[in-house]
Each structure stands twice: as C-alpha cells, then as structure tokens.
Write a protein that binds this ligand. Sequence first.
Ligand SMILES: Cc1ncc(COP(=O)(O)O)c(C=O)c1O
Length: 454
Amino acid sequence: MTTLLDTDASSPPGLPDGDSSPLSKAWFARATDVLAGGISSSARATTTGDQAHPLYMHHGRGSHLWDADGNEFVDYLLSYGSLPLGHTDAGLRDALVARIDLGTMFGTCNTVEVELAEQICRMVPCAELVRFANSGSEAICGAVRAARGFTGRNKILKFEGHYHGWVDVLAVSNRPTPQEAGPAKTPASCPHSRGIPAGVVADVIICPWNDLDALRNILRLHGPELAAVIAEPIVANNACIMPVPDYLDALRDECTRHGILLIFDEIVTGFRIAPGGAQELFGVVPDLAVYSKALGGGLPISAFAGRRAVMELIGRNQVKHGGTYNGNPLCAAGALHTLRMLARPESMSRMRLHGGLLMETIERGAHDLAIPCIVQGLGAMFQVVFGLTSPPRDYRGMCLGNQKRYAAFRDALLHHGVHANSSGMACWFNSVAHTNDDLDITIDAITHALKAIA
Ligand SMILES: Cc1ncc(COP(=O)(O)O)c(C=O)c1O
C-alpha cells in the first residue's frame, strides 16, 4: 500500500465530505497492529481529534500539507510550532544536504554546535552558556537538574495547566480534573499519568497562574525548599493565555527575593514571538530558559541556557548532563540556518501580521454571528476559545470554555482546507512561508467554519 500522491493534486484544498481519506484509514488500521495505539506519541491524538483515524501526511511544501489521499491543507499545526520557515524551506534543505555530505554524527565536539551556541547567546538575553539536547522534555530535565544542583534544594514550583514535557520530573497537574485539582489558591499536585512515582509528584508544588497573591502565599510556605519556579510565559498549552500586566516582573522579583531560580519554558515561545523569545518581548530575564520547536526548524534539537554561574556547574561536571546525540552537526546545521532566518526582523513581522489578521477575522466573524468567544495570543501563536467573553487568567478559567464547539470549528476548517491542532487547549502557529493566497483560503475557511457552528 502506498499513497495516491506523487505530484500535487489540483483539486480545491480540504477534506471532501464522505469517506475522503481511505488511504489514511487503511494506514491507521495497519499501524494499530504494530504501534501502541497506532501512534508514536500521546500528542498525536491531538492531530486526530474526533476523527475515526488520523490523517497520514505525505508531504509538505511551504505552508501547505498533502495527506496520503492527496487532500491539501494550509498548515497551522506546523509540527506544534516547530516549522517557523514552513515545510521544505530551500535554505534549510541546502544546509542539511551540505551537512549530510560531510557526515551527520561524530560523537565528538563539532564546529557547528559552537556556531549555534554563539547564535543563541546573541539572540537570547539570559543565555551566557548553552547546552544542547534532543527534545524539549530532555532539555527541561537538564535545566531542572542544574537548578537543583545550584541551589541544593529539591522542590520545583510549576503552574497548574502548564506543560513541560512528558517525563516524570514535571508531568504533574498538566490537565487535572475538577475532582482531583484541589483548592483554587493551593492546588493539589496530581500525576499526569500512571507510572509517575509519588516521590516525584511530592517534589512539585502547584500554583495557579496569573495570581500574585496565591504565588506569594505559596512562596511564604515553600520558598526555602524551592530550587526553581518554572513557567510557560505565554501558556501555549492553555490556548495562549497571556501573562497579566506586570505579572512576569513580579514573578522575577519574588524568585530573586526567595533565592529561587526562575526558568522560562520557551520551548514554544522561543525564537517565535521575538528573536529573543518571551524574555525579550516582555523584558523579563529568567535565570534559565529552555528551547526546542522553532529552534530546530523541524529537526530534533533542544537547548537549555542561562546564567553563567548556574551553567558553570554543568561545565565543571558537578551537575552531570549527557546525551549521545547532543549538538549533532546535522540538527545543529538545520538550527543554525533557522535561527539566522528568525533573527531577521522581517521574519517576525511577517508571522505577526499574518496571524494578527487571522485573529481579527475570527473575532469579527464570531461577533457578527453572535458566537461568544475570545481570541488570545499574538500573531505568531494564538487560539480561539469559544464560550468565554473575557480572557481566562488560568487553567481553571480556560476549562470553562466550550471545547466541543472548538472541535466542530476545527472539523469544518479541515473540510475547507485548513489544518490546525484539533485541541482547543493548544494553539495555531504560522510561518514565514504563509502567503497572501493562504490568507485568502484561511479567511474563507474561517468564515465557513464559523457559519457551520453558529
Ligand atoms: C511548553 C512545552 N514545554 C515542553 C514540551 C516538551 O517538548 P518535547 O515534546 O519536545 O519533549 C512541550 C511540547 O509540546 C511544550 O509545549
């Protein structure tokens, strides 16, 4: 079994009605025999949504994706934000091809990792020293271990609903149910999955986001035990909840006052919302920050970076950090090209402008049809939350939104040629490859989709 496609189909974009993806369906049946759940990551379910089977993507070009059946979409999932240059960017391809001819892995030091670290130090305010890893979760582990090694403390404060990867260390209270979540001001620490040891969960203190009084009370109780406070500065995993004015500054001050390291999880925001990420945009410099997604332009690479005094413990091998594939020249070459492109002001303004117009389109269209919703985020990453009339401050506020309505909206979009994350808790991403034609297709799809759910 293969795919229908070897060349681009010329039919209109979108998933036709009826049994419109028989090859994807057949691939999924085959996958369920050999892959657990038929998928390679629990998050893949979010690309499937309410559909009976996932769409198997065959190829991507620029801002467009084609599935195994030849259906074409304008892509706003963009590998969860990992493709800021779009699919098959020509410059990225050239950088990778040049690298492949020289060798992809040596397991030794290589010159590309040095150039890439220099580029990160130029772009990111907090980055005095850098270490590379391969996935966001891995880099999070490195940053947390560095914070514990530096402070000699064990506990980490994390915000309810924020996501910092699948590994045990912070897989706590990502999506607690109302029954398990505990009091609003002092939430319970809930394991995100079976198999996470109680001892790990007990080391994670949970706090509501955007609530300075709650934070101060929790720090009064737990401050001396805390190695780090970690946050998604814009909560990509809660539909782009924005920090309320001055909150990040206050968070910075509180951490400094209590001798706690502040870690920004910039895995989504990094190199996307500004060349220097959220810390540049909001003017708040954390002690450590973690990067992946946009960094690699689609290749598996991540990094954590920060203050010399903290990162030097790793440099001296007092805090151990390893990894066979870390800083491998293939991924580093892809990342170097990507960052050089994202350092250009026109890349950021392009993403901001395109997304900003889509945000306005959703807002205006929903208003005209009397569909209650809010649209939040920035042009480069944003989400619509149906059923709310003011922006939620935190995870619990977000849970009051109407996710069923989002699912119907997303399904209608898919039929009109727009591919976005099926989870209304996640967000839309765009790229420098999105064009004015894409804008026209997307505005048309949004208009149809809003009518479908009105
Ligand atoms: C904010 C944030 N942190 C950490 C991670 C984990 O990264 P990875 O899936 O590469 O392990 C993600 C993944 O979506 C994320 O969105």
